[in-house]
Design a protein around this ligand. Sequence first.
Ligand SMILES: N[C@@H](CCC(=O)N[C@@H](CS)C(=O)NCC(=O)O)C(=O)O
Length: 205
Amino acid sequence: MKLYESRRAPNPRRVRIFMAEKGIDLSQIERIEVDIAKGENLSPDYRQMNPMGGVPVLELDDGQFLSESVAICRYFEVLHPEPPLMGRSAEQQAIIEMWNRRMELNLLMPVAMAFRHGSGYFADREVVCADYGAASLNNASRMFGFLDRHLANNEYIAGDDFTIADITALVSIDFARVIKLAIAEEQSYLARWHAVVSARASARA
Ligand SMILES: N[C@@H](CCC(=O)N[C@@H](CS)C(=O)NCC(=O)O)C(=O)O
């Protein structure tokens, strides 16, 4: 098994955290650093593994390639059901997926778009729209406020237990440093949650 990743990018980090939570020893997995700034992920060879060109990619021992972070996490969830990070019952699975999608679409995406369109970091491969970057920053900031209110009544993002939704939220909030968005002093519930999830050993993966 090989993991193609970029050390500082949020999507590979959420897969690493997920794997660590499952008790998978990352030092036993061959990890290949992909230089996305240089566009190594856009080469024809890389696109043979993932036609969408993003990191991470998981290469299985039989030569198959998995991409899309949640799909990779789903693979490990089935292989290692304990501890469950995507729910057990139909209801739990749906609730966790609901929250994980909210974290992806309404938090990770605006943070990523604020970075890409605010900095022009990937101007070699996409049209950069500064207004979209500014609007995305505003949306990400509003989502921080939403989460602070949500976490006033919830221990974790999807309720009582740590799940994949917390992992997606954690990598998004930490990556928001690149757009200079931080948890505000008055967002004490979000800060409480962030301290708790950051203290887990997996956060260092
Ligand atoms: N939906 C994909 C997104 C993958 C993705 O866009 N990864 C970023 C790094 S976090 C990337 O590869 N960026 C380089 C590029 O867009 O060229 C997933 O969940 O894995």
